[in-house]
Design a protein around this ligand. Structure first.
Ligand code: SF4
Ligand code: SF4
Length: 366
């Protein structure tokens, strides 16, 4: 398992995490075996916006003895009083729900306490007015909540909340369908969504990715808005390539499905190449580098995706990205304008021109 570091909290987080939408449907003994397999395979990050309240005693049973080695995302606003998932902005309901979740998880602390599912500006206003945000802060002062998270599907609301409060982790829905304006949670334009990735990276806020397969639609040609199936590995890689992303949280409900997810770590580069989505890209996305590296190899050995990522981040004020760029063995100054990348890019990026632009920009920062 490969791990990424949350720059704000210094937590070491597995790049494959686990969502909990489906596991509660599995009989307890099998679910426990599956969760333990996930843990043994190196998965240390678990989201608990579960589809059903059965998830909590299940995770408690599976992980009580290794609790200190794993990280939980717990959502202040997910309510299981009726058994299955419900959404609430009511302080008392949320308090009772969180108390019960902790008890059933057999833990007394929350690694990432989430301001849960804020998709409208009015949600955030109500959340504060009802005292839920203050409640999380109190638990943080008491050490029950260690770090603050936010989950949302809406870029404009995320920007507002990030302006208002300091978060350590954002849970956001990332996949090529949503990024390209297709599907239930395709909120925000390509540029608005990209701004979220850049802001998180620049401010050290980690992103954990929900719905990486668009609820499974992207894996099935008949259901995919693109009329073509992607593999789960292509979708995972797509999300992990976005700036700021630390971990992807697919769901699973059996040992077999956990094994399939863990196998991501051993896939050859060709199996992860998602450049086929270049043929689906809407006009607004054309000409924008998505850091996929499909245009490699560069004859002089430039890591084209990475150079572009640092450039985009530098432009939004990420000084660390400039530092990283300057320490690259090869950068835009080494480009010999051969044009190989231009002919290979499925997103119509005129990369050779962009290399000149990057060189000028980075040189101007000397
Ligand atoms: S130039 Fe094109 S192929 Fe190369 S990394 Fe960017 S988007 Fe991918
Ligand atoms: S144009 Fe520059 S970046 Fe692109 S492949 Fe050639 S040398 Fe590499």
């Amino acid at each position: 398992m490969r791990y990424r570091i949350n720059q704000r909290t210094q937590d070491k987080i597995s790049e494959i995490g686990l969502g909990s939408a489906y596991m509660p449907g599995t009989p307890l003994p099998e679910a426990i075996v599956a969760l333990r397999r996930a843990y043994e395979g190196g998965i240390n990050y678990y989201d608990l916006a579960a589809g059903d309240g059965k998830a909590f005693p299940m995770y408690g049973e599976a992980f009580a003895d290794v609790r200190k080695n794993i990280l939980y995302q717990i959502h202040f606003g997910a309510d299981y009083s009726k058994g299955t998932y419900g959404w609430s902005l009511n302080l008392e309901t949320i308090k009772q729900s969180v108390d019960r979740q902790l008890k059933e998880l057999r833990t007394d602390y929350i690694d990432y306490g989430f301001i849960h599912c804020q998709d409208e500006f009015s949600d955030w206003e109500t959340y504060q007015k009802n005292g839920v945000y203050d409640y999380i802060l109190r638990l943080k002062e008491q050490g029950v909540v260690r770090h603050l998270g936010l989950s949302s599907h809406t870029p404009a609301v995320i920007q507002r909340i990030m302006d208002d409060v300091d978060i350590d982790m954002l849970m956001f829905s990332i996949n090529p369908a949503y990024d390209y304006g297709q599907g239930e949670y395709a909120n925000g334009s390509v540029d608005e969504r990209t701004s979220i990735y850049h802001r998180c990276e620049a401010e050290g806020v980690g992103i954990s990715v929900m719905k990486p397969f668009s609820g499974g639609q992207l894996l099935d040609a008949a259901q995919s808005p693109f009329g073509k199936a992607l593999s789960q590995y292509q979708c995972i890689r797509y999300a992990l390539d976005k700036p700021g992303v630390l971990t992807v949280l697919p769901g699973a409900q059996s040992v077999r499905e956990i094994e399939e997810l863990l196998a991501y770590e051993d896939q050859a580069e060709e199996a992860l190449d998602y450049s086929v989505i270049g043929s689906f890209a809407p006009p607004a996305a054309n000409g924008k580098c998505v850091y996929c590296n499909h245009c490699k190899p560069c004859p002089v050995g430039i890591d084209i995706g990475l150079v572009n990522k640092y450039y985009d981040l530098a432009q939004v004020g990420d000084v660390l990205a400039v530092k990283h760029y300057k320490t690259l063995e090869k950068n835009a100054s080494d480009c010999i304008q051969c044009g190989h990348c231009d002919s290979r890019c499925p997103f119509s990026v005129r990369q050779s021109e962009r290399m000149l632009e990057i060189k000028d920009y980075m040189d101007s920062l000397k």
